[in-house]
Design a protein around this ligand. Sequence first.
Ligand SMILES: NC(=O)c1ccc[n+]([C@@H]2O[C@H](COP(=O)([O-])OP(=O)(O)OC[C@H]3O[C@@H](n4cnc5c(N)ncnc54)[C@H](O)[C@@H]3O)[C@@H](O)[C@H]2O)c1
Length: 252
Amino acid sequence: MSMTFSGQVAVVTGAAAGIGRATAQAFAAEGLKVVVADLDVAGGEGTVQSIRATGGEAVFVRCNVTQEDDVRNLMGEVIKTYGRLDYAFNNAGIEIEKGKLADGSLDEFDAIMGVNVKGVWLCMKYQLPLLLAQGGAIVNTASVAGLGAAPKMSIYAASKHAVIGLTKSAAIEYAKKKIRVNAVCPAVIDTDMFRRAYEADPRKADFANTMHPVGRIGKVEEIASAVLYLCSDGAAFTTGHSLAVDGGVTAF
Ligand SMILES: NC(=O)c1ccc[n+]([C@@H]2O[C@H](COP(=O)([O-])OP(=O)(O)OC[C@H]3O[C@@H](n4cnc5c(N)ncnc54)[C@H](O)[C@@H]3O)[C@@H](O)[C@H]2O)c1
């Protein structure tokens, strides 16, 4: 499949680490100019350095996706720096729950919903008017927890179902404006988020491998390639879709 990205511009949130960093690097490797956005300044600058070290073009903008001023400023910097926006990967997300629904706290609820839902909504709110200029594509990071139950992660599951609701609704609203909106739904991927969740109990890490029909957890590059596909002309007829990249987990 040939990609047709050269000279275009992408913004990636949560790009200081994990899936976001790998996707920012993959966009840059295809010739896109990349705006790397994250709360984490050192990590975000590290992503930019890694892209420049391989001849790519990127800038870092600090952004807390829960803050409207930050998100407005981020999209302003995209236009100020590169003059256009073609693709957005709204990927910043958190997971902090450890218990059943009745054990959750209001603080956990507000924090998870704040980043995973409000953050994605705010980003799309400020990206869509920019994408109207020439068309483009948005990919939001949901999860297999957006497609089904996630025991002991009920708030997270609700937040990722909400991401899919935002994705489908925006896809319909902008379908005739040459803007496609899709979601990617990873199962367990080897990132800091995964390591934090499983560090206390190595048996759970083994379980994470065996719960996937393919017998292993996923790699960040395997999500990045799905995001690039959803942005590419190869997916020109695909919008409002939630693509599971999950080693077969949701095939059951
Ligand atoms: N790792 C997995 O197993 C997995 C599975 C399914 C879905 N996901 C989703 O993938 C996305 C990326 O996760 P990851 O595993 O790469 O996690 P990660 O923790 O490695 O990276 C997440 C990044 O988001 C940033 N971030 C957090 N809150 C932010 C905020 N308010 N504003 C801006 N940036 C913020 C962090 O600083 C970090 O750089 C998340 O939306 C997560 O829910 C991850």
